[in-house]
Design a protein around this ligand. Structure first.
Ligand SMILES: Cc1cc2nc3c(=O)[nH]c(=O)nc-3n(C[C@H](O)[C@H](O)[C@H](O)COP(=O)(O)OP(=O)(O)OC[C@H]3O[C@@H](n4cnc5c(N)ncnc54)[C@H](O)[C@@H]3O)c2cc1C
Ligand code: SF4
Length: 598
């Protein structure tokens, strides 16, 4: 958990023998680790400064040091570049005194330097018109960002479990994975594979997993006065069921934290065990494929990777779109085709068709947020989202429905959406989208034999049925949509709207999570994104634009707004998700999930 706040200060600067000139800065201070911030008072600064004629407007990078008790100071050091790209600094220190608490904590003398040489001195004061936004802006930085950081940290190297934990893991695997005709019994490979999967997960998930393992062991000691691994397989299974399932007659399953612990433990172990090469070969799963590289289309020249940027890069566009998924990519393409200068900023990478072969685990790790371990607390369930160019469309199942009229009416009547959302108006746009995505019912060949089973069941129950409409006209039913379509059949945003936007002149910046919205008074004027080069050295991108479109998905757009001090009452509310469950059945006929649309 970290902390952040905004501050606006104004004042004047005077060069030697020159007139007084106005100066103003708006900064955001961010400390990603609260205990460290409480210890050393240091936070990173970013923001905007205006000090004409020295600098018209420039983006700031800097530090603030708050030492209230020991040194009684608040010190600012800000670096930026002037209009001729020369490096400048503005430094100032508030000296706190108990006799004038307000003045001393809100005013300071400042010095402006260019290329290390003093240019002007002046005085600045906190802008008390911004007091309420300042007070409100003190927000804890969500741990979600820190999970992201964990994701970027890369995999921790195995071994990561202690010998004792490995023994408990083995006992757990034995209880939950009885050997079958094809399923191998758990063995050292299961433990090694589990450890490998764990090592690729974000640090928080990994720590949560180990905690859950220890909690299970502690539960065994409490109930049976024996270690979990010393219990019979039946007693171990009973302990798992106790935390996971509703007891007979009870309406609800056990408290969510217990259920979450078991789900977390078992999901990782199942992923590792059922991903074993011997198991996949035994059930006839096709081997991993290598997909040949296709020639690079010209539009890829407009894709800019974080590592190719300068440490601080500033660009200007008419519209900057943050997020390249279903929403962002379509907006960017429509605007670019109308001649608008568009920059798209995407946190994930641009995966191409040849990346959609190879290990499923590696593909999930690379293209999903938190390596696919995005889950809710409360009623614990997985909420997978994409983190790649094309957003979740690159890894979704490709089912395409137009928004139903009753939902459009609900949005208008209950949420006050404008008339553009009247069905007659709205469907003009959804039809355009359907044409671009070539939406059509899935073909019987691609639907595979599972569709016949569903049809038989529906007929027996007197229910209507039919193939879902999809955006994969040449689908072969390879069943891998949720890891990127290896056939190039699914018309996800990475192969439709994004190429259209780039061909029309848009620029796409990848590997750059946007974290800041830079404000000029009440107006958002730029976004700031931070990535890293191959050696982990920070790369900062600032895109100044007349308009900013946040299309980070329904989970992350509200987080971005809140973390940047926006406080509209509806931000973060009204989320609806549609739960999906898998159904596994033992059939007389041969039905394989890798020979059907998922
Ligand atoms: C496994 C799966 C299967 C699905 N199946 C279907 C289906 O069959 N049919 C269907 O209609 N829908 C399906 N969906 C849902 C559908 O894909 C999404 O509803 C849709 O893609 C949402 O579009 P979006 O633009 O809001 O967000 P997304 O498509 O998720 O795009 C958001 C993008 O923003 C980027 N981003 C987020 N934060 C930042 C930041 N701070 N800086 C820069 N970039 C950022 C993300 O990396 C991502 O690329 C599925 C989703 C998943 C995960
Ligand atoms: S089922 Fe296979 S071919 Fe069809 S869209 Fe999905 S991944 Fe592509």
């Amino acid at each position: 958990m970290g902390v952040s706040f905004f501050e606006t200060m104004r004042g004047t600067l005077r060069a030697k023998d020159g007139p007084e000139q106005p100066v103003e800065f708006e900064i955001k201070a961010e400390a990603s680790h609260l205990p460290r911030f409480l210890r050393d008072g240091t936070a990173r600064l970013s923001g905007l400064i205006e000090a004409p004629p020295f600098v018209t407007r420039a983006a700031i990078d800097g530090r603030i040091r708050i030492s209230i008790l020991r040194e009684r100071i608040i010190a600012y050091v800000m670096s930026f570049h002037d209009d001729n790209d020369r490096p400048c600094t503005l430094e100032g220190t508030k000296h706190l005194t108990p006799w004038h608490p307000f003045v001393s904590s809100s005013e300071m003398d400042v010095t402006l330097r260019r290329e290390g040489i003093e240019l002007a001195q002046g005085h600045m004061a906190f802008d008390f018109r911004t007091l309420i936004p300042f007070l409100r802006s003190w927000t804890p930085m969500s741990s979600i960002r820190r999970l992201d950081a964990g994701q970027r940290d890369g995999a921790e190297r195995a071994p990561i479990l202690t010998d004792d934990e490995r023994l408990t893991l083995r006992a757990l695997a034995e209880a939950m994975l009885p050997a079958g005709r094809h399923v191998p019994a758990d063995d050292d490979t299961t433990v090694a594979e589990t450890e490998r999967v764990l090592s690729a997960l974000p640090g928080e998930v990994r720590r949560g997993w180990r905690l859950a393992l220890r909690a299970l062991d502690a539960r065994a000691r409490l109930r049976h006065r024996r270690r979990f691994r010393e219990l019979s397989t039946e007693a171990r299974y009973a302990l798992l069921a106790d935390w996971l399932l509703a007891p007979p007659g009870a309406e609800r399953p056990p408290a969510s934290l217990k259920r979450l612990s078991i789900e977390l433990l078992t999901t990782v172990i199942k992923g590792a065990h059922f991903g074993r090469a011997d198991y996949l070969a035994a059930i006839g799963h096709p081997p991993e494929r290598t997909i040949a590289r296709e020639p690079e289309p010209r539009y890829l020249q407009r894709v800019i990777e974080a590592e190719s940027l300068e440490p601080l890069t500033e660009v200007h566009a008419e519209v900057v779109v943050v997020g390249s998924g279903a929403g962002g990519a379509a907006v960017a393409a429509s605007l670019a085709r109308q001649g608008v200068a568009v920059a798209i900023v995407e946190e994930g990478r641009y995966f191409r068709r040849h990346d959609f072969g190879g290990s499923p685990v590696a593909r999930l790790n690379a293209m999903y947020r938190y390596k696919s371990f995005n889950f809710t607390l409360g009623a614990s369930m997985m909420v997978p989202v994409g983190r790649t160019v094309g957003g979740s469309t690159t890894i979704n199942s490709g089912t395409c429905f137009a928004t139903p009229d009753r939902v459009l009416e609900e949005w208008r009547s209950e949420l006050g959406f404008p008339d553009d959302f009247r069905p007659s108006h709205y469907h003009r746009y959804s039809e355009q989208v359907a044409r671009m995505l070539q939406v059509a019912p899935g073909s019987p060949a691609a639907l595979g034999r599972i569709a016949d089973v569903i049809a038989r069941g529906a007929d027996a129950m007197g229910l209507s049925h039919g193939p879902l409409a999809r955006n994969a006209p040449s689908c072969t039913g390879a069943g891998e949509c949720v890891m990127g379509c290896p056939e190039g059949a699914k018309r996800s945003a990475d192969v439709t709207w994004i190429p259209a936007a780039l061909e029309a002149g848009a620029e796409l910046y990848v590997g750059l999570p946007a974290t800041r919205i830079l404000m000029r008074g009440p107006r958002a004027v730029a976004i700031e994104a931070r990535g890293a080069d191959r050696n982990g050295v920070a790369r900062t991108l600032r895109v100044f634009a007349d308009h900013i479109v946040l299309a980070c998905g329904s989970l992350h757009t509200p987080i971005m707004l809140r973390e940047n001090g926006f406080t509209l009452p509806q931000i973060g509310r009204n989320l609806s998700v549609h739960p999906a469950i898998g159904l596994t059945a033992l059939m007389d006929e041969d039905i394989n999930p890798w020979k059907t649309i998922p």
